[in-house]
Design a binder for this molecule. Structure first.
Ligand code: ADP
Ligand code: 3PG
Ligand code: MG
Length: 370
């Protein structure tokens, strides 16, 4: 991968920066601007070198969704003009009118069906807008979308500063220091099974929480009541793995009341919504001795107030002396919200992309840069 740092003599050059401004928005309000903030150093460096910076991104999954709120948020960091067009006449004219050091943001890439379809024609019309391509969109680099997978093949292509950082920091996990503890929670078991299987080989200990744990309790033969679990994913074959640490206490909703119980005591009408405090506490000595810890996925339904397991884990991890790497959309947002990001070695901005990178060691968009 060539680094954007090494770009020289770019005064007056049109540099297309593919960012991931897919931030959570509610009623026009940005709930977490981390993904905007992390792209700023690359953009700033390019504009200060006199390049004309053309920002492109997707937002959400609805092609009608606009990047206008992102442009407003971005203005807090750099002067940027929002162009409500993508590859049409307005965008072309706006690019032509740019002066050295200007920054524009074009409209949602997914507004054009060619983006998700990996359309060659669409990729060519994007390429026509610029001279150089920079991928600063790690969180979407697992996709083969046109702007990620095709565009870098049509222009001289470089890796953005944050993308480089993600690759460097997450690569610590690919060649781990030992003892290596992997903590996996959250939901969406189908997206987590590949990394679970990989790290049951690579890590020294694997602790299971979140909805994922319910599958394990069921496989152990316990009652899980009305708890969420993934019927399609069988984990029975994994149970005999000695590295696996399955919690023995959980917090359930029992007739509207929170109750911490042993996994063997869950009733038919209970809903398991968190890992019990004693089970998280049991992790303390392992956390203390670990040289590397990777954590993905909340321990419980924290949006609904079942926060104790996750918060206790956060507290233990924030005092760990080994390297601590956090991955996953919800997990990273949680860490930001608690203002604990500085306590960790690295907090990845990716969700699915981070899990994919950790499972495979590369991503489609990274391969396309090479
Ligand atoms: P990440 O984005 O960090 O990879 P996921 O998206 O896989 O994490 O999972 C996060 C979601 O899992 C959160 O919405 C959280 O409330 C939910 N969750 C975790 N444990 C439970 C549980 N026991 N019951 C219901 N929801 C849970
Ligand atoms: C993300 O938020 O994970 C990325 O922006 C990718 O979005 P997608 O899952 O809609 O492709
Ligand atoms: Mg998530």
């Amino acid at each position: 991968m060539k680094s954007v740092k090494n770009l020289k003599n770019i005064r007056g050059k049109r540099v297309i920066v593919r960012a991931d401004f897919n931030v959570p928005i509610e009623g026009g309000k940005i709930l977490d601007a981390t993904r905007i903030r992390v792209a700023v150093p690359t953009i700033d460096m390019l504009r200060k070198k006199g390049a004309k910076v053309i920002l492109i991104s997707h937002i959400g999954r609805d092609p009608q969704e606009s990047l206008a709120p992102v442009a407003r948020a971005l203005k807090k960091y750099i002067p940027v003009t929002f162009i409500p067009d993508l590859v049409g006449a307005k965008a072309t004219a706006a690019v032509r009118a740019m002066k050295n050091g200007d920054v524009i943001l074009l409209e949602n890439l997914r507004g054009n069906a060619g983006e998700k379809a990996g359309g060659k024609k669409f990729a060519r019309s994007l390429a026509a807008l610029g001279d150089i391509y920079v991928n600063e969109a790690f969180p979407v680099s697992h996709r083969t979308d046109a702007s990620i997978f095709l565009l870098p093949k049509l222009l001289p292509a470089y890796a953005g500063l944050q993308l480089e950082r993600e690759v460097k920091e997450l690569s610590r996990v690919l060649k781990p220091k030992r003892p290596f503890l992997f903590i996996l929670g959250g939901a969406k078991i189908e997206t987590k099974l590949p990394i679970l299987k990989r790290y049951l080989k690579e890590a020294d200990h694997v602790f299971i929480g979140g909805v994922l744990a319910n599958n394990f309790f069921k496989a152990q033969g316990h009652e899980i009541g009305v708890s969420k679990y993934d019927e399609g994913a069988s984990v029975t074959a994994l149970l005999k793995n000695k590295k696996l640490i399955i919690p023995h206490t959980v917090v359930v909703d029992r007739a509207g009341k929170k109750k911490t119980v042993a996994t063997a005591e869950v009733k038919k009408t209970d809903s398991i919504l968190d890992i019990g405090f004693p089970s998280i506490e049991m992790l303390a000595p392992i956390i203390r001795s670990a040289k590397l810890i990777l954590w993905n996925g909340p321990m419980g339904y924290y949006e609904g107030g079942y926060v104790e397991g996750t918060e206790e884990l956060l507290a233990l991890l924030s005092h760990a002396s080994g390297d601590t790497i956090i991955g996953g959309g919800d997990t990273a947002v949680l860490v930001e919200r608690k203002k604990l990001a500085k306590k960790f070695t690295f907090v990845s901005t990716g969700g699915g992309a981070t899990l994919d990178f950790l499972a495979k060691g590369t991503l489609a968009g990274i391969q396309a840069l090479k």
